[in-house]
Design a protein around this ligand. Structure first.
Ligand SMILES: [Zn+2]
Length: 327
């Protein structure tokens, strides 16, 4: 716990309930300050993490505020304190304590340069697809999509939400050290946007699955590709510095598998700069990414072909790249 968590928990409204995902739900205190009508459906949520950090999210007006160890008390967090009824004198006291505690910590964070993440809620009313009741035809559609893409409940915890914006989407939570720190919701039929996401800077998808027993860390672009081969995803075709730092903490050979398109070709160059290996396996010409490969060859052969084609020499990677991308 932390002084911030202690204070905010002490001032929560009396009427509240604990949700299975660890959030405390209560009538939001923010909405009428933000020009939205008062919440009467307990759409405000607060979570406190084991490290003492706290996050507040409102599903009614969309207000968010959070605090993590090593940071100072933000303006939005102070406003939340005020709306909860914390006296100004106490807010000043908490703020000062946090400042003092951070004096030593701040330098430490700079040298390591690792990203940190706050906990966020999944879209409203999300349920675990593996354990929930089937209540709608949209849900059936989402499960059918999973089947077509060879995605299985034992590979990852997939979610679904009945709310209008999400009901025809497969929700993939982004976890970090067991806590949900983001998500993406992929549309299961044609239509835009293909993905609705909440993602924090520096996040790497599926780090939690990189157990000590794994000899390699396989890095690809998309989250569903990553799930299929128990790899990690950059959630884009660029390697951000904080992502690289996080991945390097695994201390093992990192193998990047690019998508076979222009962006993937650039990713290969970034992988070389990061001193990582790159794999461009002998797949058929029409196989453009890991999902295609798993569909055609199955998971085991796909993994085998990735690992055996991994190349660490920049010269050899560049030669192979010309062949693979046909440029
Ligand atoms: Zn609100």
């Amino acid at each position: 716990m932390s002084i911030v968590a202690d204070t905010v928990l002490a001032y929560l409204p009396a009427k509240k309930k604990q949700t299975p995902s660890g959030w405390i739900a209560f009538n939001a205190v923010c909405c009428h300050h933000n020009g939205t009508s008062q919440d009467k459906r307990q759409r405000g949520g607060l979570i406190s993490n084991s490290d003492g950090g706290v996050s507040y999210h409102c599903f009614n007006c969309g207000y968010k505020a959070s605090w993590q160890p090593g940071r100072n008390l933000s303006y939005k967090m102070r406003k939340l304190f005020t709306w909860l009824g914390v006296p100004d004198s106490e807010i000043s006291k908490v703020s000062l304590r946090v400042l003092q505690e951070n004096e030593g910590v701040e330098n430490l964070n700079v040298t390591v340069a690792l990203p940190s993440f706050e906990t966020v809620p999944l879209p409203e009313d999300s349920v675990n697809l593996a354990t929930c009741d089937i209540t709608s035809k949209h849900q059936v559609e989402v499960i059918q999509y999973m089947a077509e893409r060879n995605l299985f409940f034992e590979d990852y915890e997939f979610y679904w939400s009945p709310s209008l914006a999400y009901r025809d989407r497969l929700i993939v939570p982004f976890t970090h050290r067991g806590e949900i720190v983001g998500w993406t919701a992929r549309k299961v039929r044609d239509g835009k946007p293909k993905y609705l996401s909440e993602q924090q800077p520096g996040y790497v998808f599926n780090m939690d699955a990189q157990t000590d027993s794994k000899i390699f860390g396989i890095v690809c672009e998309g989250p569903l590709d990553a799930v299929q081969i128990e790899g990690m995803a950059l959630l884009g075709s660029e390697i951000k510095e904080q992502q690289a730092n996080l991945i390097n903490t695994l201390n093992r050979e990192i193998i990047v598998v690019p998508d076979r398109d222009a962006a993937g070709s650039k990713l290969v160059d970034q992988a070389i700069d990061s001193e990582w290996s790159v794999s461009m396996p002998e797949w058929h010409k029409d196989i453009n990414d890991i999902s295609d490969a798993v569909n055609r060859y199955g998971k085991i052969y796909t993994l085998y072909s990735i690992v055996t084609a991994a190349e660490s020499s920049p010269l050899k990677i560049r030669l192979r790249k010309k062949q693979w991308f046909g440029v």
